[in-house]
Design a protein around this ligand. Structure first.
Ligand code: WTA
Length: 653
């Protein structure tokens, strides 16, 4: 498994103990942490049960911690009742009502501070507006919004009344939006006229109109927030402005009692095969791990200003924007735009102006900003920062060191957090005042998380050998199922090891000290700029173009994006001369952007007469990956149907 990855990270032996200025003021000390590990090891259920009692306000207390009678459909705190939005907002009113909950900054520079009291009111008013549109408990609501406070308000309002939200990233195309709406059978969609991104207005409402123009019959109402004032059309009887929907609604809205395992949200993510999967999360278990990780990994404290740069379209923007920070009474920054507008200093400018103390972003952003040079961050006052985080893909040691040296000024621990849409919250990550970090390793599993690297038989593998990353015990924030497809849930995540271990889909190794080093995916999932994309989705999009007969897509290592998308295409017409056809390439790139979204555009397209297949008809992806990287071909190609196409695929003929 990925031997060359092992080789490159085996060389990494730098170690960074937490510095004194950090651990002196941190909440979780080595002693406390040892106690947590010991308790979790002694009694897994009591460990999580006690935390759930401590951290969550229950309407009706649970009597059973874990129901595993229908594994792998594990149910946590099953007979308890609570409400997530209550735990994020009402709970803060007693002591934190006038504390700032959100510092919002738009890409054009507009800034707004919202206190917990104000946020509570806004959520209540909008929740009542949703009710007035006929939304009730269990209904699905699709949210297709820019990264503005109202996206969070919309999510919280759904949680308050027990509606299940499904956020679709604003960069996804009409086609991708339509597929997701149809899978959820949503009744209402919440969107905006537009959003500011990269200096442009993203026409969200127009895209939404296209998605709804054929199909999506379940959508009865579209609520539109006015953000940019760009021209849109409102369809009579279906579309209503956010501000009109709120007219006359009360600031009082009782939080609906929800069972612990009632779905809080669905979030679609790519798998290796088929259409994106609607990952279904619970209410109480999900919230619990959002809270525990805010404490253990981010060491969140009263005076912190927390900034997670993720969009609400991804899971990171759920757990560490909409839910975790609010449930722990934090002040957080929300930023609408991209890191490079007006220039590559925007993130550091925001950190300095708003006094950000905890900053959490993705390696792809770190690499892009690193490329812009050290002079830019040096212009800003980054002295408030005390902790840095990374998520989405393995961070390469070079980027880690730059983050540590230039942004953290050698004072801030870096928490490299491994987790997934399916895990709901951090699983493997440093505890910043305790863990000695190593650049490129996400270090150790958190208390109560039984992560391991195993072979096909489920046996733990030797030190520094690659294997399957698995979680051997259920945990509260775990995926509940794939929306509407229990069988696919079982087949995807519990296929081996007697269905007892959760299969993460990543390969990993552990070093001499038991630290985890993530090596990559074991399936055909790409990680482009920290975003998961299935090769299948892109292949289907390409194959849907009238000129394309067949396509295969693989990932290729990329300096900034982590992986770039490399497509091999067989056209219905003759192969272009020398395999070059710029016009067709541009056309196909635009086509994929339209089908899925700009993030899925292939970076390279190579044309061939055929794809390399084994005699049984399977595409030889390993070979295509090697070719994309420009590597010597060492694989046995004798089983290839048509060996002569190798030169075409390599761009040599
Ligand atoms: C990868 C994002 C290495 C991994 C929260 C995982 C990582 C997938 C890390 C999940 C990390 C995420 N180190 N790899 N710190 N964090 N990954 O669902 O391959 O968008 O399976 O969730 O991203 O991506 P997802």
């Amino acid at each position: 498994m990925a031997q060359n990855n092992i080789q490159s990270t085996l060389m990494e032996n730098r170690q960074f103990p937490p510095c004194e200025s950090f651990y002196k003021t941190a909440t979780l000390t080595p002693k406390n942490l040892d106690a947590l590990y010991a308790k979790a090891a002694e009694d897994h259920e009591a460990f999580w049960g006690d935390l759930a009692k401590q951290e969550i306000d229950w309407i009706k207390p649970f009597t059973k911690v874990l129901d595993d009678s229908n594994a792998p459909f594990y149910k946590w705190f099953v007979d308890g009742e609570m409400n997530v939005s209550y735990n994020c907002l009402d709970k803060q009113l007693a002591e934190n009502a006038d504390k700032t909950a959100i510092i919002f900054e738009g890409e054009p520079g507009d800034v707004q501070h919202i206190t917990y009291r104000e946020l509570h009111q806004k959520v209540c008013v909008f929740a009542n507006a949703l009710k007035a549109q006929g939304v009730t408990k269990g209904d699905r609501v699709v949210i297709y919004m820019p990264m503005i406070s109202e996206a969070i308000i919309a999510m919280q309002a759904c949680a308050r009344i027990g509606a299940i939200h499904s956020v679709v990233f604003g960069g996804f195309s009409a086609g991708a939006l339509k597929d997701r709406i149809e899978d959820t059978q949503a009744k209402v969609m919440i969107t905006a006229d537009g959003g500011h991104r990269g200096g442009k207005t993203i026409p969200l409402k127009n895209t939404a109109d296209q998605a709804l123009s054929d199909g999506c019959e379940t959508i009865q109402t579209v609520i539109v927030f006015k953000r940019c004032g760009n021209d849109i059309t409102m369809q009579q009887g279906r579309d209503i402005w956010w501000h009109d929907a709120e007219q006359g609604q009360s600031t009082d809205c009782k939080a609906e009692p929800m069972r612990a395992s009632d779905p809080l949200f669905l979030l679609y993510t790519s798998g290796s095969t088929g259409t994106p999967k609607g990952i279904q999360h619970s209410s109480a278990g999900y919230l619990l791990n959002a809270i525990t990780t805010m404490r253990w990994v981010f060491d969140i404290q009263e005076k912190d200003v927390f900034w997670c740069t993720a969009d609400v379209g991804w899971v990171t923007g759920h757990t560490y924007v909409t839910y975790g920070p609010l449930a722990t009474g934090a002040t957080m920054v929300v930023y609408e735009g991209v890191p490079t507008v007006p220039d590559a200093g925007r993130f550091w400018d925001i950190c300095s102006r708003h006094g950000v103390t905890i900053f959490y972003t993705a390696p792809t952003a770190i690499r892009a900003l690193m490329k812009a040079g050290d002079d830019i961050p040096r212009r800003y006052d980054l002295s408030h920062l005390r902790l840095l985080g990374s998520v989405g893909e393995p961070i390469n040691p070079e980027a880690w060191m730059w983050y540590h040296r230039v942004i953290g000024q050698e004072r801030c621990p870096i928490v490299d957090t491994w987790w997934q849409t399916e895990t709901g919250a951090h699983m493997i990550a440093p505890v910043p005042a305790v863990t000695v970090t190593k650049p490129g390793s996400c270090t150790r599993a958190l208390p109560g998380i039984d992560a391991a690297v195993v072979d096909e038989q489920g046996q733990e593998i030797e030190t520094n050998q690659g294997g399957y990353l698995v979680i051997r015990k259920p945990w509260p924030a775990m995926i509940q199922t794939i929306w509407g497809d229990d069988q696919r849930y079982k087949d995807t995540y519990w296929p081996y090891f007697d269905g007892k271990y959760y299969l993460a889909g990543d390969s990993a190794r552990r070093d001499e000290e038991g630290y985890f080093w993530i090596m990559g995916r074991i399936d055909d999932v790409l990680n482009v700029s920290g975003h998961r994309l299935g090769t299948m989705e892109i292949e289907s999009a390409l194959a849907a173009h009238p000129a394309v007969a067949e396509a295969a897509v693989v990932g290729k290592p990329h300096d900034i994006k982590g992986e770039s998308i490399f497509a091999y295409v067989v056209l219905k017409a003759e192969r272009p001369e020398n395999g070059i056809d710029d016009e067709m390439t541009n056309e196909l790139r635009a086509w994929v952007a339209k089908q899925i979204g700009a993030i899925a555009k292939p970076d390279d397209i190579r044309y061939a007469d055929n794809l390399p297949k084994t005699r049984s008809g399977k595409i030889m992806r390993r070979l295509l990956r090697a070719i994309a990287k420009g590597e010597e071909i060492t694989q046995d190609t004798s089983t290839l149907e048509n060996e002569s196409i190798l030169l075409q695929l390599q761009g040599k003929a």
